[in-house]
Write a protein that binds this ligand. Structure first.
Ligand SMILES: CC(=O)c1nc(NC(=O)[C@H]2CNCCN2)sc1-c1cc(O)cc(O)c1
Length: 130
């Protein structure tokens, strides 16, 4: 009912604010758009569930997330995919792994400090009831 719609609207506002900060951060440029098959032909043979910050924003707008946990699962895919696709002791691989770790720490810190515990609990209850 209306109260639930108000909660989910507030969730979308929070997730857009988090996602925008990540997209503005120069370190995370490689994570902002889907990996292009043409540019990186073997990417999709290694990475089974691609994800990126633009796709996450589309999912926010399409109301695909009912909880912060679902959004965080997608952001965790982004950095885990980068670690998986860049395992080598190659300067580029090391740089993108460093940026993947920075993405992980940044998104978890924002959520830890800015998300009210009982707000997420309310979202989880809405999700259960659906
Ligand atoms: C996002 C990601 O994980 C990614 N990894 C790469 N790794 C490499 O190129 C490593 C792989 N090991 C051997 C030496 N090259 S390129 C790349 C990427 C960066 C972008 O700015 C856009 C894009 O579409 C993909």
């Amino acid at each position: 009912e209306q109260q639930e719609e108000d909660t989910l609207r507030e969730l979308r506002l929070f997730l857009r604010s988090v996602n925008d900060r990540l997209m503005q951060d120069r370190r995370f440029k490689a994570f902002t758009k889907p990996v292009d098959k043409e540019q990186v032909p073997d990417y999709h043979s290694v990475v089974k569930q691609p994800m990126d910050l633009s796709t996450a924003l589309s999912k926010i707008d399409q109301q695909k997330y009912t909880t912060v946990r679902e959004y965080l699962h997608d952001i965790d895919l982004i950095w885990k995919n980068a670690l998986e696709y860049n395992p080598e002791d190659d300067p580029y691989d090391r740089q993108i792994r460093h940026r993947a770790c920075a993405l992980k720490d940044t998104v978890h810190a924002i959520i830890k400090y800015e998300l009210e515990k009982d707000f997420e609990r309310t979202c989880e209850q809405i999700k259960e009831a659906r």
